[in-house]
Design a protein around this ligand. Structure first.
Ligand code: 173
Length: 323
């Protein structure tokens, strides 16, 4: 009798094991975004997730949980590091609390395709693995330089007397331009402008209409500088747990996402025209001043990287800079 009961229990266990085995063939990854759900980045991400799930049935699925309301912008990096979520759309500037090196990716001057060819991508992953417990999966935004937007006129590359909203992306450069700065997540920019807490903000060339900032913006300073890095990152243990088939599928989908990055050139043209139409005036410097302004951005950016993490900055610089 006792033996028969054991057999029954074993059979039940086996059935449960089989069920787990079947489920283990399809893994669902929980994903969040550090950027707002109604912004351009998530708008471009969601159709990709949809296609991913359609093609990944029985292999790999993504469950998009939400934007900063699910996990606040500056906490997303730690959520990926600790495995609270499996995957995130974010930018390095939002997880410098995990490692300062995260923000160095704004300094790349090569396409992500070139970064995959020249070893930059692998070099990034070595650091992301070791210091952030993350796999750096794909860069889905390229050719989106940052700009300074203000509601006060500026006639030279000097922001003395202006208070500008920043993230770590802009901190050292705007300090070098004599601005005073306030760090906020994108979700707080509109209110900061409305209340006069800031006179302007840093943001890429595209996206200022998504949260209605154009209503509070009078000027854009040209030229742009750096390149907005918006990427998918993944918890490293979750990545390592994937089967070879799941990893191949993921990799194929990530390359397909990056292959759409030509979109951003057209977006730049469209957004520049839209800003113009909205009455936002471009402040332009003469050619020599413009060049000095951009050069200063990179010089200050790399100097800051070298100060924060000399060994890794030295590794990255030749891989991020055109020959
Ligand atoms: O919030 C920001 O200004 C910022 O750091 C950023 C980075 C990449 C894309 C857009 C914004």
């Amino acid at each position: 009798m006792k033996r028969r009961m054991m057999t029954k229990a074993a059979a039940l266990l086996m059935a449960a094991g089989l069920a787990t085995g079947a489920a283990a063939q399809e893994t669902t990854l929980r994903m969040v975004s550090a950027f707002a759900e109604n912004g351009i980045y998530v708008q471009r991400l969601l159709p990709w997730v949809q296609k991913f799930n359609a093609e990944g049935k029985g292999v790999l699925q993504i469950n998009f949980i939400g934007g900063p309301k699910a996990i606040p912008t500056f906490e997303v990096g730690n959520a990926v590091k600790t495995g609270v979520v499996d995957m995130a759309l974010s930018t390095g500037a939002f997880y410098t609390n995990v490692m300062p090196e995260a923000d160095f990716l704004k300094l790349t001057q090569l396409t992500v395709a070139e970064q995959r060819r020249n070893g930059a991508f692998d070099a990034i992953n070595k650091v992301w693995n070791e210091k952030a417990n993350m796999q750096y999966l794909a860069r889905m935004v390229e050719n989106q330089p940052f700009h300074i937007y203000t509601n006060k006129p500026v006639d030279k590359p000097d922001l003395a007397g202006l208070k500008i909203r920043i993230t770590p992306v802009y901190r050292d450069f705007f300090h070098a331009l004599n601005a005073s700065v306030v760090t906020t997540a994108p979700g707080e920019v509109y209110t900061a402008l409305e209340r006069g807490v800031v006179d302007g903000y840093g943001w890429p060339i595209g996206g200022i209409f998504d949260l209605n900032w154009h209503e509070k913006t009078k000027y854009r300073i040209d030229p742009g500088f750096y390149d907005a890095e918006v990427s998918l990152v993944m918890n490293l243990p979750a990545y390592r747990k994937l089967t070879p088939a799941q990893r191949d599928f993921l990799h194929k989908q990530l390359l397909a996402l990056e292959a759409q990055n030509g979109f951003w050139n057209q977006f730049t043209a469209d957004e520049t025209a839209r800003q113009d139409k909205a009455g936002i005036k471009a402040i332009r410097f003469d050619a020599a001043t413009a060049k000095a302004f951009r050069d200063k951005a990179y010089q200050v950016g790399w100097a800051s990287a070298e100060r924060q993490s000399p060994e890794i900055a030295a590794r990255f610089k030749p891989l991020f800079t055109p020959k």
